[in-house]
Design a protein around this ligand. Sequence first.
Ligand code: SAM
Length: 185
Amino acid sequence: MLHYYLANPKRTGALCSSSNHLAEVITKNIGIEQALNIIEIGPGMGVFTKVILRKNPNAQFFTIEINPKIANKLQTRFPNLDVVLGSVEFLQTIMQDKGMPYADVIVSGIPWALLSQADQKAFLQNIHNALKPGGYFATFAYLLPTIGARRFRKRIYKDKLFSEIKKSKIVWDNIPPAFVYYCKK
Ligand SMILES: C[S@@+](CC[C@H](N)C(=O)[O-])C[C@H]1O[C@@H](n2cnc3c(N)ncnc32)[C@H](O)[C@@H]1O
């Protein structure tokens, strides 16, 4: 991940992959085991992907990764995984191509804090549109008080897109420490 970070820090958003502990936490309490349709956005090297596949091997599941080199590595690591090279920006079109009318669960590790306000707003709206009522969107934030992180927090609460937003406990063994937002449509 360091290599990709150095090549494009803004888009990659992290020096290293998330911890296995964060992968367990982000896939908890969102009904992933019963979900029929799951999407992961920004899978990176697949730390969350591995846990999603373990918890629900039977769902229709695809990942969307914007970086072609990372997408290739992920495909090599998980030969049977449906890896879409693309962006959350085009989520609705990708879902149409896949014949997935809605998602029960969307998990995302994209670097929200580094996005512009307009992109934060547009991408969250795309995710909300993609979810079925009662579906969950789970994402994480680092425990760093940056302007972008504060903007993202404000955005998910103030836009009132989601009917319920809960936060996990801090995952201290992640680098940097992080917590999860569980957002219910
Ligand atoms: C911080 S890494 C997280 C990777 C992994 N989920 C983890 O936690 O270890 C963010 C990933 O999101 C991808 N990404 C960034 N912007 C994206 C976008 N608009 N659509 C899809 N993927 C994106 C990056 O290429 C990178 O692989």
